[in-house]
Design a protein around this ligand. Structure first.
Ligand code: ADP
Ligand code: MG
Length: 466
């Protein structure tokens, strides 16, 4: 059975398969997107469940990854089956003069794909592209970078344990703590290093409870030499996970293992987190990351464009750096957008008009980052109820209503999964969230005054983050 199906797959034309993918993609994206980003792709070959496609240049990959990753993964699974993979090939002699064709990466592992093959027994979630080499130092991150280097040299042996990095969105926290992990496994291949976002940690913890694998869970994390947890502020409101993390922290710390944490605020401002955790977070070193100054922004842009192998005139870099000031992710996004537009327009040069247009687009269409916690806060202010009540099993009418509206808006305004939303409300399961969503949805379509309430809360939320 298996043999014959393999044989038949091998003679399938890559063109035919790609055509099938295209028609599924076409149904899911706007026509302009389809024409700009998918039509230029050419299928090259298909074998062993792997479809190789050629893209015009590496910005394409970044762009597609950032914007259409989900839909592509879905389509690939649909057309190629669960084991199907897409491999991008960049054939751009101008950009890769010595290499000709360069295989960039598999689509699935656009997420972490570990290239270090020494430790096949677990996933470290370290992303190789986050390195010290491509992290630009500046006044805003001096201390954080210096400490990161020191820790990477001697994990667990400096006084920076735990190492706690905090700062605003898009300023490089994830990049830096990942870079520490990457350097450690490069230097000490036998060290066990794992990186997790707090949400991943929470989900794994809850899964382990539900499946009865809690001791396996504990043992696994206790076996680490370096534990890196990102965005630890999301432990707020998750008492059980906090509790477990507290014991894990102690075990690791006592045996001289390195803990690396990031957060959007310093430990003392993590209101809602247990005191004993806050005090432990202050044991080692806390270092902040501030928004980069003008020179650092220029250096970052220069470094990124050089990595792409593209020359951008200094006045354009300055224009971008002058206008985008508070978020390195936006700085990077602007650059990629400019490069992508230029490559689409087939223009040889990147001119100031294009830069101006792109900066304006970014400034006006700024992607706001609304968190579930923020939504909860605004909803509770509106109804004048205590946020904790929303996480408890309280069935008072006004609490239930506030909780349901907060869940509804979390689904509407964030990209969080039902599971994640449920977790933020005292570990409720996804069916409760669906129920809340449907109730509120129905309520606002049947009752104008309810609609006004929900609209005005939504307005407050969006206003607060813009
Ligand atoms: P945070 O975790 O603080 O929200 P990230 O680490 O995700 O921010 O950084 C956002 C983007 O900006 C990433 O692509 C990262 O590589 C880039 N970046 C941030 N700081 C720097 C820096 N100092 N030098 C180079 N790139 C940076
Ligand atoms: Mg981050």
């Amino acid at each position: 059975m298996k043999e014959s199906s393999n044989v038949s797959i091998e003679i399938i034309e890559p063109n035919k398969i790609w055509k099938e993918c295209l028609s599924a993609i076409k149904e899911n994206v706007p026509p302009l997107t389809y024409n700009s980003w998918f039509i230029p792709i050419k299928p090259i070959s298909f074998s062993d469940d792997v479809l190789r496609i050629q893209v015009p240049n590496s910005f394409f990959i970044e762009w597609i990854d950032e914007h259409y990753n989900t839909i592509i993964n879905k389509v690939v699974n649909q057309v190629l089956g669960e084991n199907g993979k897409l491999v991008y090939i960049v054939l751009d002699e101008k950009e890769f003069p010595n290499e000709g064709a360069e295989v960039i990466d598999d689509l699935k592992p656009l997420q972490p794909k570990i290239q270090h093959d020494i430790r096949p027994d677990f996933e470290s979630y370290l992303i190789p592209k986050y390195k010290f080499d491509n992290f630009i130092k500046g006044e805003g991150n001096q201390l954080a970078v210096a400490a990161s280097f020191a820790i990477a040299e001697n994990p667990g042996e400096t006084s920076f344990n735990p190492f706690f990095i905090y700062g605003g969105v898009g300023l490089g926290k994830t990049h830096l703590i990942q870079a520490i992990g990457n350097r450690i496994i490069e230097k000490y291949p036998s060290k066990r290093v794992v990186y997790l976002s707090t949400e991943q940690f929470t989900v794994k913890f809850i899964d382990s409870i539900q499946s009865g694998g809690i001791s396996e869970f504990s043992n696994f994390y206790r076996s680490m030499d370096v534990l890196i947890i990102d965005d630890i502020q999301f432990l707020i409101g998750k008492e059980k996970t906090q509790d477990h993390f507290f014991h894990l922290f102690n075990t690791l710390h006592q045996s001289g293992k390195q803990l690396i944490l990031s957060s959007d605020k310093p430990p003392k401002d993590l209101r809602g987190l247990s005191e004993r955790l806050i005090s432990r977070f202050q044991w080692g070193l806390s270092a902040d990351i501030q928004a980069p100054d003008f020179e650092t922004r220029i250096a970052i842009l220069k470094n990124k464009s050089e990595n792409y192998g593209i020359f951008i005139p200094p006045e354009i870099l300055e224009y971008i750096a002058y206008n985008i000031t508070s978020n390195i992710r936006e700085l990077e996004g602007c650059l990629i957008k400019i490069l992508a537009s230029a490559s689409l327009l087939n223009s040889q040069e990147i001119d100031l008009n294009l830069a101006k247009k792109t900066v304006k687009e970014i400034a006006t269409g700024r992607q706001v980052n609304i968190s579930i916690d923020y939504i909860t806060q605004i909803v509770c202010e509106y109804f004048e109820v205590d946020e904790n009540k929303l996480r408890e099993k309280n069935r008072k009418k006004e609490i239930v209503l506030a909780r349901q509206i907060a869940m509804f808006l979390s689904k509407k305004l964030t990209k969080s999964s039902l599971k994640t939303i449920g977790l933020h409300f005292g570990g409720r399961d996804h069916s409760t969230v669906i129920h809340a969503y449907n109730s509120v949805d129905q309520m606002v379509s049947n009752d104008n005054s309810a609609k006004d309430i929900v609209d005005s809360i939504r307005y407050k939320i969006e206003l607060g983050v813009s």
